[in-house]
Design a protein around this ligand. Structure first.
Ligand SMILES: *Cc1c(COP(=O)(O)O)cnc(C)c1O
Length: 229
């Protein structure tokens, strides 16, 4: 049967809500980030018109073009890709939340651009929980010093942590990585006074239900909404 984007959004939102309730959380605690990378702008428009409010993008060039085209839509743009320092100024212009800050150099550059733009930029710190060398994100042991430095940057607001586990066929195998991110968050909040870290960005098409059980507040779903890339 032909399934429209509106139907798929409803299905995913229903699964998010059910996962939340099944583990005793309020569905409103979890926000869907619809990942639009490599998908045409008109599909993103349809998603926005069907009730999606947050769009996640990985590539600055692509995001700039979509952002310009969809200025008439009330979209909140989130950056979830690897951010190069020389693209920081564009990121600050477009994105409400940048999920992937993983170095002090990048944080400083974003702070500088946010200052120039007269904005406080919301960010997450991306953590490489698995320790795989190919993955971006900062190692667990370096998160505390990074966060303490970020707290001193006046034009950044640190909202939480993000991670991306290795790919598994079976989503249960991703659970320990999600658990580790939550535990890391809990321990950081205990150690650093005034730190909140209320957001945990974790879970994608194949494993967002497990991520929600482990405390995700932002799930990043692409394929399950928009189809294969
Ligand atoms: C592409 C991407 C996603 C979405 O992945 P799907 O498996 O298509 O849902 C989520 N997070 C990040 C960081 C991505 O790059």
């Amino acid at each position: 049967m032909h399934c429209t984007i509106k139907d798929r959004i409803k299905q995913i939102q229903d699964r998010i809500d059910k996962s939340a309730r099944d583990c005793g959380r309020a569905p409103s605690e979890i926000q869907l980030v619809a990942v639009g990378k490599k998908k045409p702008v008109e599909l993103i428009r349809q998603a926005a018109q069907s009730g999606v409010s947050i769009i996640g993008e990985n590539y600055i060039q692509e995001a700039r073009s979509k952002f310009e085209t969809l200025l008439d839509q009330p979209i909140r743009w989130h950056f979830i890709g690897h951010l190069q320092k020389n693209k920081a100024k564009y990121a600050v212009r477009i994105f409400e939340l940048i999920h992937t800050v993983d170095s002090l150099e990048l944080a400083r550059e974003l702070n500088k651009c946010a200052d120039k733009a007269g904005k406080v930029q919301q960010i997450l710190v991306q953590v490489n929980i698995s320790g795989e060398e190919t993955k971006s994100g900062i190692g667990q042991s370096q998160v505390l010093p990074l966060i303490q430095s970020i707290q001193k940057l006046p034009c950044l607001a640190l909202k939480g942590l993000m991670t991306m586990p290795p790919y598994f066929e079976n989503p249960e195998q991703a659970r320990p990585y999600f658990q580790a991110l939550r535990k890391l968050r809990d321990s950081l909040v205990k150690k650093v006074s005034g730190l909140r870290l209320s957001e945990l960005s974790m879970g994608m098409s194949g494993d967002f239900q497990v991520a929600i059980e482990e405390g995700a507040s932002l799930v990043r779903v692409g394929t399950a909404l928009f189809g294969k890339r």
